[in-house]
Design a protein around this ligand. Structure first.
Ligand code: GAF
Length: 386
């Protein structure tokens, strides 16, 4: 893929690329909508990734093309104030330049070609993969030596302050720090991480509902406000600091919605802790119980599932029975579900989805059998003579 991308780069810019920055999408195993309450999450990076080929320029221009949007491009002057442009994907590059410059760093002009195989709009973090890969590029090309946590935090700032999505830190952290073959427990309060090897006998299957996602940012931002209100009424800095006892004692002070949102976050943080050892030990009955409880909580308390993702979870869980653990993954309002099962049972998931999903929801689902890939990598490339 890099060879054909290099050829494409040379065709566009008339000179070869010198470097490659790549960052992956992610799937979250458990710990959903907890990151912006400084809670716990357990995602893993995927082999699906965003590749950014680039070469420094002598002037201050950033010129960007993407194989995902043929015929479109964006360009801006890095020495001027960074404003929004006309292209939505181009704005992610502008957003990263904006937040890095805001920290007082100088950036240099670059020619850029992006290519991503992270499924878009499916809740597998294609935006974070782009932000982190672009962060790696700007850091290396301007010799800033930003570490992976700093790049992740800049990616979150780019979303919060330039793209108007008040997301937490999970997606950028796992894209920057993911490890092949492992999930990463991230403590979103101090950003410490603990890697947990995914046992060889477990397969990771993602099923994308392809449900058309609408109003995702406004609904998402509202969930964050609900959580902050609930924490405030319980007199704790964040929901991470609340307990079920504290919640019970504030039942009447909270609105019904705030109570449910807080109940989800408090119980989900505990599920992450319980899932860590269950995952490490391939303890399927416990994983099944925890992932089912997580899904039910996201459906009933956090209200971020849709009938198509609830239906997919039911179809896959019924097919796997006691031999699989299934739940929605990512921000919700559509998107994907994740199944953990033995390799021999993957066929059961595919068959059940083929047989039932379209008939019930008039949508075609995509099934991906995945492995955990590596986090951000920036490397020099030696272009083959064309
Ligand atoms: C989205 C956000 F970007 C993450 O920060 C996280 O909140 C997730 O939804 C839900 O767990 O992916």
């Amino acid at each position: 893929m890099v060879d054909s991308l290099s050829t494409e780069f040379e065709k566009i810019y008339q000179h070869p690329a010198t470097s490659l920055s790549s960052a992956p999408g992610r799937v979250n195993i458990i710990g959903e909508h907890t990151d912006y309450s400084e809670g716990l999450v357990l995602p893993c990076s995927l082999e699906f990734c965003t590749k950014v080929l680039y070469r420094e320029r002598e002037d201050n221009l950033v010129v960007v093309h993407s194989t995902n949007y043929p015929g479109e491009s964006d360009r801006f002057d890095i020495s001027e104030a960074i404003e929004h442009g006309n292209s939505q994907w181009g704005n992610y590059i502008r957003a990263m330049a904006f937040v890095i410059k805001r920290q007082g760093h100088s950036l240099c002009g670059v020619d850029v070609l992006i290519s991503s195989d992270v499924p878009q709009g499916s809740g597998l973090s294609s935006s974070a993969a782009l932000e982190v890969a672009i962060g790696g590029m700007f850091s290396e090309s301007a010799d800033l030596n930003l570490n992976s946590v700093t790049i992740a935090l800049l990616g979150q700032e780019a979303e919060n302050d330039f793209m108007d999505c008040q997301c937490g830190i999970m997606d950028q952290m796992i894209s920057a720090k993911g490890e092949p073959g492992s999930a990463l427990m991230i403590d979103c309060r101090d950003l410490s991480t603990q890697s947990i090897k995914i046992p060889d006998d477990l397969s990771l299957v993602i099923v994308n509902s392809n449900y058309p996602r609408k109003l995702v940012d406004s609904e998402y931002n509202q969930r964050r406000i609900d959580c902050e209100q609930a924490a405030k009424k319980m007199n704790v800095p964040m929901l991470r600091d609340a307990t079920l006892e504290l919640l019970a004692s504030h039942r009447t002070a909270l609105t019904a919605i705030e109570y449910k949102r807080a109940h989800h976050v408090i119980t989900e943080n505990q599920r992450v802790l319980d899932a860590m050892s269950a995952l490490a030990n391939s303890d399927m009955p416990t994983l099944k119980q925890l992932m089912s409880a997580s899904h039910a909580s996201l459906r009933d308390d956090f209200e971020v599932t849709v009938p198509a993702t609830d239906g997919l979870v039911e179809i896959c869980q019924t097919a796997l029975g006691e031999n699989g653990a299934v739940r929605m993954t990512g921000g919700g309002f559509g998107g994907a579900i994740v199944c953990l099962c033995r390799e021999d049972d993957v066929a059961l998931v595919k068959q059940a989805v083929d047989d039932q999903y379209f008939n019930k929801y008039q949508l075609h689902a995509d099934v991906y059998v995945c492995s955990a890939g590596s986090g951000l990598k920036v490397e020099d490339i030696i272009a083959e003579p064309s």
